[in-house]
Design a binder for this molecule. Structure first.
Ligand code: SF4
Ligand code: SF4
Length: 183
């Protein structure tokens, strides 16, 4: 669907370039190398090259409302491939930040929830307690048995624990989180 002029934010390219430190964002010429190497492109509504194009055209709503920015795994494959030196992974990260700041996490609700539970686990234990995070996530989304068949393989490979293993200095870790929150 084509967007009307009123839905175009001509300053969004510049603000994204500034916030993500990418002064070559406007140089993208749609070679598609980023998308060709992206391991999660198959699940995206807009491919990485299309997200960059949306930015160039000022389609802020579409970029921030996309599923793609939440499906991005931050693997940096796109970044290493871009002939224009654009750090696409950083751009995706910045779009997630802006989407959260502006309360537009509709497509990424589960990703945001998972991130919060993951960080809460790290704050408490000093490292992630996978079983606890997944159990809390499943309960929050109302599907207690979601993906439990995968647990079988992880248990077999002794990759899952039923009690958290804490670092000794959990108070220091909590302090780091508190400091980050203030900053
Ligand atoms: S690899 Fe770089 S230049 Fe090519 S489409 Fe992706 S962002 Fe654009
Ligand atoms: S950082 Fe994101 S967009 Fe780039 S290749 Fe990895 S998953 Fe795809």
């Amino acid at each position: 669907m084509l967007l009307g002029k009123s839905q175009i934010d001509p300053g969004f390219l510049a603000s994204t370039a500034r916030a993500s430190g990418q002064d070559t964002l406007s140089h993208c010429y749609q070679c598609g190398k980023c998308t060709a190497g992206c391991p999660t492109a198959f699940a995206m509504d807009y491919k990485p090259n299309q997200i960059i194009r949306l930015l160039q055209l000022g389609h802020k709503e579409k970029a921030l409302g996309s599923r793609a920015i939440w499906v991005c795994a931050g693997c940096f494959t796109c970044t290493t491939r871009c002939p224009c030196g654009i750090d696409i992974a950083q751009v995706m990260d910045n779009l997630r930040i802006v989407a959260r700041q502006e309360g537009r996490t509709g497509q990424g609700k589960r990703a945001v929830l998972f991130n919060e539970l993951f960080l809460r686990s790290v704050r408490r234990n000093g490292r992630v307690f996978e079983t606890g995070v997944v159990a809390a996530f499943n309960l929050k989304i109302g599907k207690p048995l979601h993906d439990t068949e995968l647990a079988r393989f992880m248990l077999k490979g002794r990759k899952l624990r039923f009690v958290p293993v804490r670092i000794r200095k959990t108070a220091e870790m909590a302090g780091l989180f508190a400091k980050r929150k203030k900053g």
